[in-house]
Design a protein around this ligand. Structure first.
Ligand SMILES: C[C@H](O)[C@H](O)[C@H]1CNC2=NC(N)=NC(=O)C2=N1
Length: 144
């Protein structure tokens, strides 16, 4: 038991020792990247907002009734296609630290996009919406 604790303790020391591990550096550089990214995220306002919403409306993104958010329902051939779509989107969501609200049943994915921190729509939501359209465009049911 005590051998186990010692080994664990050593492993932890190794993991977080600044000179022996690049993990802390990686962590801090991820934080810096996040901060930089946060700066590139801007609330959609004025002409930029109108133009963006007009463009997204043509591919089926609609403002929701009760809050400042966009939604769209994607239909796929089957669950495999739907989940593949969600997986690709999830990778971008993690990269941007910007996550969709979504609901999946079999071949259907209902998406709502909004920027919670800003209580409204931001450039990240339009970026995410465009990316989702691209991801879904190769599939039979969403081939706009
Ligand atoms: C702490 C974390 O960075 C924030 O909560 C992120 C996570 N993902 C997010 N996703 C969305 N859609 N909006 C946000 O404001 C948001 N903020």
């Amino acid at each position: 038991m005590s051998l186990f604790i010692n080994r664990d303790y050593l492993r932890l020391l190794k993991l977080f020792h600044p000179l022996k591990s690049s993990r802390l550096n990686k962590h801090s550089s991820a934080l810096t990247t996040n901060l930089t990214k946060k700066k590139m995220r801007a609330k959609l306002e004025g002409d930029q907002r109108n133009d963006t919403l007009k463009q997204l409306d043509t591919s089926g993104w609609k403002l929701v009734d009760d809050r400042d958010a966009l939604s769209k329902t994607f239909l796929f051939k089957d669950f495999n296609q739907a989940f593949g779509f969600m997986t690709r989107v999830a990778l971008l969501a993690e990269k941007l630290d910007h996550h969709p609200e979504w609901f999946n049943v079999y071949n259907k994915v209902q998406v709502t996009l909004s920027t919670h921190d800003l209580n409204g729509l931001s450039t990240y939501d339009s970026q995410m919406a465009q990316f989702m359209d691209q991801c879904a465009s190769g599939t039979k049911e969403n081939n706009k």
